[in-house]
Structures are given as C-alpha cells and as structure tokens.
Design a protein around this ligand. Structure first.
Ligand SMILES: [Zn+2]
Length: 500
C-alpha cells in the first residue's frame, strides 16, 4: 500500500474522526521478581539474576509475589476500578527464545482490576478516559542480535539472550477506545500517559522511567469517515517510549491512515513501529490472522482472591492523588489555571511546592521557576530540576529580594553564582558585593553626579515634568551597576529637583 499522497493533519481531521486507545506496560518496583525470589536489578551482568523458576527449568514451581499483587490493586483503586474478588493467572503459549518456558504467565479473561477511569484535563476540557482493565503479568528476557547492521535478528551472525528481565512483574493498563477527541487526539493521548505516570509515581509502585523502559506504551489509532458512525480498522504502534513520541505517533498515524483512505485503500490491521528520527511509523507484524495463544488457566498457581477487608485497607492507604493535590495546591497558592498548567508543563510543580515550603511567597516561587530558571534550563537543554539550583536557594533569593537586600537584576547575578557552584546565595552576595545600595549618603553622591551630568533633563523635572525622572534613575542604576535601590534613588532625585 502506497502512502505517497501526503495528507496534512488538518486535512485528515476535516474528513475523519480519530479513535485512540492506549495500552501501558508498567514495570513494578518490587524487590523480587513476579514468581521467584530473584532480585529485580537494572543493569546487572547478563544472566546474573536468574534461577530455575524464571529460567523455566522442568520441575520448578512459581509462587506469586504478594507485593506485586498489592501494587496492582493499588493501581486499580487509584484508577477507580472494580477489584476482582477471585481471579486467575493464565498461560499465554508461544515460542520465543527470550521466554524459555515457551509461555508467559499473564492474565487473560480474568484480570485483577476492571472498569475504571482517569480524568485528563486539556485546554480546560476534561476527557474521562475509561479504563478497561489492569492486569498483572511477567516480563520476558531480552535478545541481543550480534553482527547485523540493524540490530535485528535478520542478518545477524548470532543472538545472545539475557534472562535477567524474565519474570519481572509487569502491569498492563488498557483503556477503552477514546472517542470524540477530534484534533486533540494526539494531545489527549499524551496527557493521559502523563497523568497515568503521575498517578503511578504518587503510588510509589514504579519508577516510571520511560527512557529505561519501565513504562512503555502501545498506541492504537483508527479513523472513521466523519458522520459515518462506523469504526475504522485500528493499528497498534508498539513500545512508544517517551511522552512526546506518544503524541507524535498518534499524529503520524492519523496522517498516514487518512492518506490510505483518501486513495481508496484499506488500513491494514497490524502492529507498527514508531521511529524517533523521522516521527513516522512503519509496518510490523500483520494482525489480519489473529494469533491463537491457546490461553488456559495457569495450573501451577492458586487463584488470587483478595479479601474485601484487604482491598479496603489498601484503599484507605492510598496517597493523595495528583489531580487532588494539584487542586489543593492551586487553591492554597491562589494561582490561575493557566499558571498551574504552565508549572506542570515545565515540570516545576514540585520545585515550586518545595520553594514555597522553604518560605517563598507562591507568586515569587512561580516567577523565578517559570521565568529566569526555565529560560536557563531551555538554554542549556537541562531539566529544570537539574540546573543546579535547589528550591531552598531560590527561596533564599526570593527572601533577599522581598527584604530589599537584592533587586531582580542582582538576584539574577546571585543565581548565576549558585549555578556556577560559587556557594550559597548569601556567600555569593558577600563575595561578589551584590547588596543593594540604599544607604542615602552613598546614593546621594551618585544622584548629584547624575543630575550634574544631565542638566537638560534636570531642568525639565524642575519645570514639573516629573516623568523625565526615569531617565535619571536609569543613569543611577547604570552608575551603580544595578546595585542602587531604585525606589530610593527616585525619591532622592525628586527631592533634589522639586524641593521648594
Ligand atoms: Zn528467578
């Protein structure tokens, strides 16, 4: 099928309505694997964290990890799901070299959590994303294909397998189809994964690092002709591993499928791979013939039957969830919706919260993190949290400004010093001599010099044109390299020139 005729996103949306769905795989942060006692370390020597159970040796028997089940129930509760009072693991049978048992233990028709939802706010609209299921399974090992050009098995001289990841507990969160998003479909997909990630982080069940693969998404996209009421064939873009890529993958699939449909083609039901470099997807495995994994209940494991009492204990122990926390902080801080969105998008919410906790006024904390510090983070390409200034240091700088000891210009120089590793804000003020000059004696000398140097402006002010005073204040600031107390300088100038 040729995708030759390009269709823009706007053109695609004028003719087709997108439907999206997301399957998110989350590696749980348990100490041990799902069905054995092997550690779940990241980056260990290949095959250092394995045992007969996760290698699938004959005669070995799995035992379910209670902590992983507890984490999964907590996730289900946070996503407003019903928790099954009785359910089973299932064997998903297939041959693959990185799964030596030739089956994966997963959940099939009896997931632990079902029928939940997660609200996603975008442009002040709330989209309620329905959650179909949250189930628990084990991860597979990793294959490494050596010798080929692409790192794929095709063309490789030989392959190596690392079973360290085999048996790591994975949770899969599956949404129902999300309709009615229109042109916002890519943004809703991204906002959903962002919100889900924050929920998981607040629960402490995973480190949710997308770059390390502890959270990855399969993104389903389909298009239906506007007004047709019919659903299109969906594609599944696998293992999208950044928030930005989730958005781009949906966008690219909408454009590609629209081009296929415009050319009277048929969208194939298939998995696709997203490419970071081009921002587009390419075809993977066809799903026209549904695989038959011959699922059956896992006979080596007892059913999971969480008691109502245990579930209620877990519900009572849930932390404040991110949406509730944001609403509370916004009310406490008195910031606008726009401010809160900006803080979130900049990754500054926690930094601002910590800065306020360290004594800064909310408006000041917002101003420094979203203004000066965001600008520097953008310039250096660093995350805001990694630019080398702590919330406590920002709070101290804000305090020095509030007390009049620093003005904004000097405060920026203090931040320069902190980022350069010169010490604490107070040490830098002392070492660089950055305190505001508000001492009347010192300031009066500068004011007299400035008036003497600008007789024409001085004359205007004497005639009552006090708007001209700004120019002289500017000259005072220049003469003091920004260290003068501007308010006091203005008062002194006016006193000199307008006193009767
Ligand atoms: Zn093991």
């Amino acid at each position: 099928m040729s995708d030759a005729t390009l269709v823009s996103f706007e053109q695609a949306l004028s003719r087709y309505e997108p439907v999206i769905g997301l399957e998110t795989h989350v590696e749980l942060g348990t100490v041990t694997k799902m069905f054995c006692g092997c550690p779940t370390v990241f980056g260990a020597e290949p095959n250092a964290a394995v045992c007969p159970v996760c290698l699938g040796l004959p005669g070995s028997l799995p035992v379910a990890n209670r902590a992983a089940i507890e984490f999964t129930i907590r996730i289900g509760l946070a996503l407003n799901c019903s928790i099954a009072s009785w359910c089973r693991f299932a064997r998903k049978n297939y041959f693959y070299p990185d799964m030596p048992k030739d089956f994966q233990i997963s959940q099939y028709d009896e997931p632990l959590c079902t029928d939940g939802w997660l609200d996603v706010t975008l442009d002040e609209r709330v989209f309620r994303v329905q959650i179909e299921r949250v189930h628990l399974e084990e991860d597979t090992g990793k294959s490494l294909h050596v010798g080929g050009a692409t790192g794929r098995i095709h063309g490789a001289d030989y392959s190596l397998v690392d079973y360290n990841r085999a048996g790591i507990p994975l949770v899969e969160v599956v949404t129902k189809p999300v309709e009615g998003t229109g042109a916002l479909a890519p943004a809703v997909a991204r906002a959903y994964v962002t919100e889900l990630r924050e929920v998981l982080r607040s629960l402490g069940v995973s480190d949710v690092r997308m770059e390390e693969g502890s959270l990855r998404c399969d993104v389903n996209t389909s298009l239906a002709a506007r007004g047709s009421g019919a659903w299109g064939t969906r594609t599944e873009t696998k293992n999208v591993n950044s928030l930005r890529s989730v958005e781009r993958a949906v966008r690219s699939e909408i454009e590609r499928q629209a081009a296929v449909l415009d050319a009277s083609g048929r969208v194939m039901q298939e998995t696709r791979h997203f490419h970071e470099d081009t921002g587009s997807t390419t075809a993977g495995r066809s799903k026209e013939e549904a695989q038959d994994y011959r699922y059956f209940p896992e006979p080596d494991l007892v059913p999971i039957a969480p008691s109502a009492q245990w579930v209620e204990e877990l519900r009572a122990g849930l932390p404040e969830l991110p949406s509730a926390r944001r609403a509370r902080l916004q009310a406490e801080w008195g910031l606008s919706d726009l401010d809160m969105t900006a803080l979130r998008n900049a990754g500054a919410l926690d930094l601002v919260a910590q800065t306020i906790a360290a004594g800064a006024a909310p408006a000041e904390a917002r101003k420094w993190w979203l203004g000066e510090l965001s600008r520097r983070a953008n310039e250096s390409g660093a995350e805001l949290a990694d630019i080398g200034v702590t919330p406590a240091q920002v709070a101290r700088v804000a305090e020095l400004v509030a007390s009049g000891a620093l003005n904004d210009k000097l405060a920026r120089q203090v931040l320069d010093g902190v980022i350069a590793g010169e010490g604490t804000p107070d040490e830098i003020v002392a070492a660089r001599g950055l305190a505001v000059v508000s001492d009347d004696g010192a300031l009066a000398v500068v004011v007299d010099d400035v008036i003497a140097a600008s007789p024409e402006i001085a004359a205007k002010i004497r005639e009552g044109k006090t708007a001209a005073v700004g120019a002289l204040v500017g000259a005072v600031m220049n003469a003091t390299k920004g260290q003068a107390d501007a308010t006091r300088a203005r008062e002194l100038i006016l006193k000199r020139l307008t006193a009767s």
